[in-house]
Design a protein around this ligand. Structure first.
Ligand SMILES: O=C(O)CCC(=O)C(=O)O
Ligand SMILES: [Fe+2]
Length: 290
């Protein structure tokens, strides 16, 4: 059986990926592969250097700080999140136009922050975009933007503390979030592209993203909403694949496939540099945002 017919993770380098798939992003869009991992694209020492900087500058909390009643947030973001600002906990209004203006303004501040945040280290956002560009065949990878040129935030650091879990879900601006007033809703497929910055354990017990070979459909939606997805997956023998990564590894998957990450345990927050990616077969642009 050809590698591309098996539901696996392509790795470890670009050459291998292109050996197996002439157009790896199309393979992801078709859910023929679970994901792509490119190992060691970012210096692990710079990963730990950045974590230290975030704590020193008060951008995230020191995991040693006590959290007796578990009241402190289990996830801290550095950057702008479209979904959180358009319709989630950081929305400023009930008016979608006001939320959009506020999101784009916040995104501008993220561009300013990221222009100096990495001073003294390699720029991990550039590394992530470089990986995507290398994987894109005849398409141009760009920071997502509105037709008037206003840019979305280019990427986000998500720092996950003890207890933080992603139960099975999808991420798709059109299908799931219904944000049709944003340019990124034009894309048929949505991917997630990340760099692992810190695992919550280095003994193999850190949680990682698990991708299910199951694209969103209305039947699955019902099971996701009523909490019976696991039963549905077992009954239908849905394949799944864990994308195991180490600090400095890039990984990419179709976020329109059901995916999950188990709860973080312990005092080392699981940290990723994360993006979403809009992709359509016939579109010569690939938009990236967070
Ligand atoms: O942290 C991860 O590996 C994936 C989180 C996630 O669900 C996503 O980026 O869509
Ligand atoms: Fe997700």
């Amino acid at each position: 059986m050809a590698f591309s017919e098996s539901w696996s993770v392509l790795e470890p380098d670009l050459e291998t990926v292109f050996d197996h798939e002439a157009d790896p992003l199309q393979a992801l869009a078709d859910a023929r592969i679970a994901g792509i991992a490119l190992r060691g694209v970012y210096n692990p020492d710079h990963c730990s250097g950045l974590m230290q900087r975030f704590i020193e500058r008060g951008m995230t909390r020191d995991p040693e700080q006590s959290n007796p009643e578990g009241k402190l947030p289990s996830r801290i973001d550095i950057g702008s999140s479209l979904v959180n600002r358009a319709r989630g906990g950081l929305a400023v209004s009930d008016d979608p136009a006001e939320n959009k203006a506020a999101f784009l303004q916040h995104s501008a501040s993220t561009h300013e922050l990221f222009s100096h945040l990495f001073d003294g280290f390699d720029n991990p956002v550039d590394t992530l975009y470089g990986c995507l560009s290398a994987l894109a065949v005849s398409k141009e990878v760009k920071v997502a933007r509105e037709p008037d040129g206003r840019l979305y935030g280019p990427a986000i650091f998500r720092i996950h503390y003890e207890g933080h879990e992603y139960t099975p879900h999808i991420n798709h601006v059109g299908i799931d979030d219904k944000l049709f007033n944003y340019e990124v809703s034009r894309f048929r497929h949505q991917f997630a592209g990340l760099i692992c910055i810190q695992n919550s354990a280095d003994d193999g017990n850190s949680p990682h993203a698990v991708i299910h070979r199951c694209l969103w459909n209305s039947e699955v939606h019902v099971h996701l909403s009523d909490g019976t997805y696991h039963e549905y997956a077992a009954e239908n023998a849905i394949e799944k694949q864990q994308i195991e990564v180490q600090p400095g590894d890039f990984y990419l998957f179709n976020s329109g496939c059901i995916h999950q990450v188990a709860a973080v345990a312990g005092n080392s927050p699981r940290t990723v540099l994360a993006t979403f990616i809009g992709y359509s077969e016939e579109d010569d642009e690939i938009f990236v945002w967070a």
